[in-house]
Design a protein around this ligand. Structure first.
Ligand SMILES: [Zn+2]
Length: 107
């Protein structure tokens, strides 16, 4: 059986933890649910919509994953270790709410 991944949006009925920033997804907020099988591994993740958008922004362009192997691009935002100041500034400009979730408490 081949790989498949599907995403859908849901309204949160209980507290979840965001796959990307590690922060709480509040009850009643809309979140993105991703599930599927990728290279034999079952994937299931829930994330803030903004975090998901930011993840796409930094990892994918219109032709596909920026980094070649899509699995490399599948790392959650918080597991990426290449953040430079310039990337953080771009995040602040494009996705201020995600910037705050990711780094506000650390800086
Ligand atoms: Zn998040």
């Amino acid at each position: 059986m081949g790989d498949f991944i599907s995403s859908s949006t849901h309204k949160s009925r209980k507290i979840h933890k965001c796959n990307h920033c590690g922060q709480v997804i509040e009850i009643g907020s809309i979140y993105e649910k991703t599930a599927g099988v990728f290279q034999g591994d079952f994937i299931a993740a829930k994330s803030h919509l903004e975090c998901e958008k930011a993840w796409y922004f930094f990892n994918w362009d219109k032709d596909g994953p920026k980094w070649g192997d899509p699995y490399d691009g599948a790392l959650p935002l918080s597991d990426m270790d290449w953040w430079e100041d310039v990337d953080k500034e771009l995040m602040l400009e494009k996705f201020p709410i995600v910037h705050e979730r990711m780094w506000a408490s650390n800086d």
